[in-house]
Design a protein around this ligand. Structure first.
Ligand code: UDP
Ligand code: MG
Length: 319
């Protein structure tokens, strides 16, 4: 029997959160009186996440675990969950309970009764501890993304969202390797709505997203949703090339009128070299980003490797 609801949970070093997550979320799910499954994707944790997951599965067969052979990253873990879940509606949630489970009944109502295919939970308020830098950079990121790309990004959107089976099927049809799910889910379309929420503190453990990882995610977002940076460097190149022309004309006129100057253009030369050198390095870097993406796409490696699946009826899911 296929469950109506699937909860997909990427988990990396979440041994302390998993049980609390199960308690809290299953309590909310029971209120809906729909059948459900919770699918933990253990993304190569180095702690006891797998054991805790197995224990939960022994206690309640509706808990399933996909265990990766190593860490593949949170976006890939979510994708694996979408591949394996069976529900008519799928909710993606973090294991750390930063996203309030109390929202689930309302999200399900919006899907079931109002007919929305996607319900985005949008973070309105950050927990106290989140620094100004993270808030500001998050804002700038969404503003920048909307400027750069044709796909609209919802500010404050997290991975916490409900998706109808048809959305999940569409998402599964996307085989890109560098994935930015928040963008992909916008790209597939379908009627959607948003619901605000207030993020909690993590129940346990620490965030695994350092500033560098967030930067990498942001870069994936920009590069996979827009080729505009490539066009911009073209413009930049044109601009810097053309801006030399008046200066060159002026220098020639000076030469005709006054002859060879006593200071033979040293400062302007250096400025030009540094400026153009910078523009060239940036341009090569931007092109490199795209070429690098082409390289990883062309290799067409599998997105993830599963080491073990716990709690699945393998005859159904091994497709
Ligand atoms: N996560 C994952 N793989 C990773 C890093 C994180 O599956 O390589 C999971 C993590 O267990 C959590 C979710 O992704 O359920 C969000 O991560 P985290 O809470 O560290 O990020 P933050 O909420 O601080 O942005
Ligand atoms: Mg978190």
């Amino acid at each position: 029997m296929k469950p109506v609801l699937s909860i997909v949970v990427p988990a990396y070093n979440e041994e302390e959160s998993l049980e609390l997550f199960y308690e809290k979320v299953s309590a909310e799910l029971e209120k809906t009186s729909l059948s459900w499954e919770i699918l933990f994707v253990n993304d190569g944790s180095r702690d006891r996440t797998l054991e805790v997951g197995k224990e939960l599965n022994r206690r309640d067969g509706r808990v399933k675990v996909i265990h990766f052979s190593r860490n593949f990253g949170n976006q890939v873990a979510i994708s694996a969950g979408l591949d394996a879940c069976a529900g008519e509606a799928v909710v993606v949630m973090d294991a750390d309970l930063q996203q309030p489970a109390e929202l689930l009944p309302e999200m399900i109502r919006l899907w079931k009764e109002e007919g929305f295919f996607i319900v985005h939970a949008v973070r309105k308020v950050y927990p106290e501890k989140v620094g100004l830098v993270k808030r500001l950079s998050s804002r700038c990121f969404y503003k920048g993304m909307n400027l750069l790309s044709d796909t609209h990004f919802i500010e404050g959107a997290s991975e916490f969202r409900l998706m109808d089976r048809r959305v999940v099927t569409a998402m599964r049809g996307i085989h890109e390797r560098s994935r930015f799910l928040r963008g992909l889910v916008q790209w597939v379309g379908f009627p959607s709505t948003t619901i605000p929420f207030e993020a909690n503190e993590r129940v346990a453990g620490t965030s695994s997203f350092s500033a560098m990882r967030l930067l990498a995610l942001a870069l994936d977002g920009v590069v996979s949703f827009s080729t505009r940076p490539l066009r911009w460097i073209l413009y930049l190149g044109f601009f810097s090339a053309i801006s030399c022309v008046p200066y060159a004309l002026w220098a020639i006129i000076q030469f005709i009128l006054h002859g060879q100057s006593r200071t033979p253009g040293w400062p302007s030369l250096i400025v030009a070299i540094i400026f153009l050198g910078g523009v060239q390095l940036i341009s090569i870097g931007v092109i490199g980003e795209y070429v690098g993406r082409i390289y990883t796409e062309v290799k067409a490696r599998p997105l993830y490797i599963v080491q073990e699946r716990i709690g699945f009826d393998e005859s159904r899911n091994e497709s």
